[in-house]
Write a protein that binds this ligand. Sequence first.
Ligand SMILES: [Ca+2]
Ligand SMILES: [Ca+2]
Ligand SMILES: [Ca+2]
Ligand SMILES: [Ca+2]
Length: 251
Amino acid sequence: MNERLPSRWLLTAMLVPVATLVADELVVESTLVQPVPDDSGNSSALVEFVVPSSGDPVVTTGVRLSLRLEHPWVGDLRVTLRPPDGSTELVMLDRPGLVPAGFPGPFGCGGDDLDVVFDDSASASAQDTCSLVASPVLAGPLRPLQALQSLSGIDPEGSWSLTVTDLQPGDSGQLIGASLLVEFEIDCDQDGLPDECTCPGDLDGDRVVGGADLSGLLSQWNGTGEADLDANGVVDGADLAILISAWGSCR
Ligand SMILES: [Ca+2]
Ligand SMILES: [Ca+2]
Ligand SMILES: [Ca+2]
Ligand SMILES: [Ca+2]
């Protein structure tokens, strides 16, 4: 048996969360508005996306990050995402357009605002997108500076941290929304690769091989049915032996 739709998952972001679960994706959304202080150094805008524990072991297979920001000079900004295991801090954006000469120039892209989805499959790079007229200057799906695909294989449960920092004096802004989308699959043996959970003998699907399953097997004794665990056409002692050997909680 496996439980591919973990209905027990309750998804929360700190403070003002809106969460939805669609098949093997989860979305954690924050509508918290908070300032991005000017030239802030250590005081950044921070959003924590909390993915609680589920009933089954799962593995991350894809990540996308949506971000909405009001800021009159996006070239001031650095955006990072840190996964729950703290193994890395991926840079989504780092002072886009900052070039020593030519357009956009030594202060980075001077355009206004972001309404972007950082997505590895996008055709354009957020770091290299700038325009004199577009507003928001960074909009729609754009590739992050460092690929989100590197997060595949990690356990998504725990607290993901989004940080937005303004690194140049002169303009400030505010974060007006963000959401984290995590694609996941069951990883029953917890090796970082998707697989299916099986639990021979758990006839009633409650993830425990116990008395109810034994009763179910005995009720099919000498007959056929799902209690024919070795699929030889009859429910008998061999099936009972399989059930007994699996007695207890399923992995
Ligand atoms: Ca600034
Ligand atoms: Ca696996
Ligand atoms: Ca059971
Ligand atoms: Ca059998």
